[in-house]
Design a protein around this ligand. Structure first.
Ligand code: 5AD
Ligand code: SF4
Length: 560
């Protein structure tokens, strides 16, 4: 039987505080923690909060006596994992799956019957949250397991935790991203040297709390959690592609974006742990690795000695934070992974344009295994809108960056994100964005209608004044124009030879395979005798193109 405070997951933090203060000989006044844990604002208010964390988090000895390790074990209980949102969420769910599996839970596809259903959620737009609320209702109404435990993880767990916990009939567990104390090794944790609150590592405990009949929450934001030691990250063994999270969080504070509030401050995994993982994947025959992060090219391993170049921003681009210095930057990381696995293709997402110094572009130009496809999210092509978005650059600076990149990488494939109908966006501003898309020529764009999010700077300071039907029309305009340009770019590839990494088999015709060229465009080619296996490179001749897909003839097997 679990002790009372342990059962009351929602008050676990204040209990930790009490437990620790009992053995704290310091004369400092004791600090209380909000019932539902610390948030980003708690970290920002004081620079020395790390010390405070040390004071309030109990040691292993403090907490051990309260624990019954058996209650943490899955013992074959089933878990259904449901993921919404971006690649980072998919990757985070892998971390969760890995932790749950290590504790003896078994994955199940059967949502209605599973003992535990965990939803990894996204808050970036209102529509994403609505989808999850609808699913939560469906899960409960379709469930045939009366004691089923439903957990909400990820962005919504951070942003709307009060609303979630108020829906006791729908949700039992709310678990955010991080934690706020030095990281134990996974092994330490698995040995039940249970060191204190930590949201994903804490899941088995939260499930035990929920099974005891209470709702459980842990949404503490961390300054340092990167889950570097939780393996594997995300792999697709069939296509020999893998995704590795290299950093978490974002410090940019674009005025429309909730990510800095839900994912916390930027923190990077040590370079060594990433290179080790790349080597392991290479040895297992993986051929494509995508490095992931909310702000991936802002990567900086501060555990390493200072890099020679401390300033890595593109000249002219501004940030809301002071220039970051020291450590090893994204350029060093790419160089190391490229050396470690020359036969593996590397991609990365999602970057910010300010973090594309020319050394990085030159490195990409010099290495055949670094794909010549760059995501350069512009968001808008209008100076006033960019200013209100807090993006830190003008249209002109962005275009200069595109020119500089193309001087070094003339055949680069550029992709972008755009927001339609941001606060105060005029018709002229919209036209300016359309003209930017025409001028740059992207091979793909993600276009989103603006969705006002609570907590953001735009929410506090700006009016969501573009009518929904105008947003919808502008969304359509942006999509139409990027497709027109993408079609021209793809048509220019007809007659060229490209290297494709085969991913799968065409659904329409099993004698055709598909994969992606270095620039990321999907390519379909005949492969009737299955000469080119999934995860193998093929040389092809491009014969046809539309705005999204290329068709090709197979020339033969290839290497990069
Ligand atoms: N509304 C619409 N789109 C948004 N994005 C981020 N926040 C919002 C929002 N509030 C888009 C941006 C970002 C992408 C991941 O999502 O284009 O680059
Ligand atoms: Fe959001 Fe801007 Fe950070 Fe991207 S860079 S995650 S848009 S705040």
């Amino acid at each position: 039987m679990l002790r009372q405070w342990w059962l009351r997951g929602a008050t676990a933090c204040s209990q930790f505080s009490r437990a620790h203060s009992g053995c704290n000989t310091s004369s400092k006044p004791k600090r209380s923690i909000p019932e539902d844990g610390l948030q980003l604002s708690d970290f920002i208010k004081e620079g020395t909060k790390k010390q405070r964390m040390k004071q309030i988090i109990p040691s292993i000895e403090d907490t051990k006596e309260y624990l019954n390790p058996e209650d943490l074990r899955g013992n074959g209980r089933t878990v259904c994992y449901v993921t919404y949102g971006c690649q980072m969420n998919v990757s985070d769910m892998e971390i969760v799956r890995s932790i749950m599996t290590q504790y003896g839970f078994v994955e199940s596809e059967k949502r209605e019957k599973a003992d535990v259903v965990l939803l990894m959620t996204c808050s970036i737009r209102d529509g994403a949250e609505k989808k999850v609320w609808n699913q939560l209702k469906l899960i409960r109404s379709n469930s045939v397991n009366k004691s089923q435990i439903v957990g909400v993880l990820g962005c919504m767990a951070e942003r709307v935790r009060h609303d979630l916990l108020a829906k006791r009939n729908l949700v039992n567990i709310v678990a955010g991203y991080c934690r706020c104390r030095p990281r134990p090794s996974l092994q330490e944790h698995l040995n039940f040297n249970f060191p204190g609150p930590d949201s994903y590592r804490d899941l088995p405990r939260l499930v035990a709390v929920a099974a005891g009949g209470s709702n459980a929450i842990n949404v503490q934001l961390s300054l340092d959690e990167t889950y570097a030691d939780v393996q594997p990250i995300r792999v697709d063994a069939a296509t020999k592609t893998a995704f590795i999270s290299i950093m978490r969080g974002c410090d940019n504070m674009c005025t429309y974006c909730v990510v800095p509030f839900t994912r916390g401050r930027e923190r990077s995994r040590p370079i060594e742990s990433i290179v080790d993982e790349v080597r392991r994947l290479r040895d297992d025959g993986y051929k494509q690795i995508t490095l992931l992060g909310q702000n991936v090219n802002s990567y900086r391993d501060l555990t390493m000695s200072p890099s020679t170049s401390s300033e890595d921003r593109v000249p002219g681009f501004k940030t809301v934070y002071k220039p970051k210095t020291g450590g090893l930057t994204f350029t060093s990381l790419l160089e190391q992974v490229s050396d470690a696995a020359p036969e593996v293709r590397f991609r990365f997402t999602s970057p910010h344009p300010k973090d594309f110094p020319m050394q990085l572009i030159e490195l990409i130009a010099s290495r055949p295994n670094l794909c010549k496809q760059l995501h350069l999210p512009a968001q808008s092509g209008d100076d006033d809108t960019l200013e209100r978005m807090g993006r830190g650059y003008t249209r002109d600076l962005y275009l200069r960056l595109v020119d500089d990149i193309r001087k070094i990488l003339p055949n680069v494939f550029l992709t972008s994100d755009f927001i339609a109908g941001f606060c105060g966006e005029t018709e002229q501003a919209h036209q300016n964005t359309l003209s930017l898309i025409r001028q740059v020529g992207y091979s793909f764009c993600f276009v989103f209608p603006y969705s006002m999010r609570g907590k953001t700077r735009a929410h506090h300071r700006l009016a969501d004044d573009v009518p929904e039907e105008v947003k919808a029309q502008r969304h359509l305009d942006l999509t139409t124009v990027f497709r027109e340009e993408a079609l021209k770019l793809n048509q220019a590839l007809v007659g060229t030879e490209q290297i494709v990494l085969r991913e799968g088999t065409s659904r329409r015709d099993a004698t055709y395979s598909y994969g992606r060229i270095d620039g990321g465009v999907k390519t379909v080619f005949p492969n009737p005798e299955d000469i080119v296996k999934p995860g193998q490179y093929a040389k092809v001749l491009i014969t046809e193109a539309n705005s999204q897909t290329l068709r090709a003839h197979l020339i033969g097997e290839a290497n990069i």
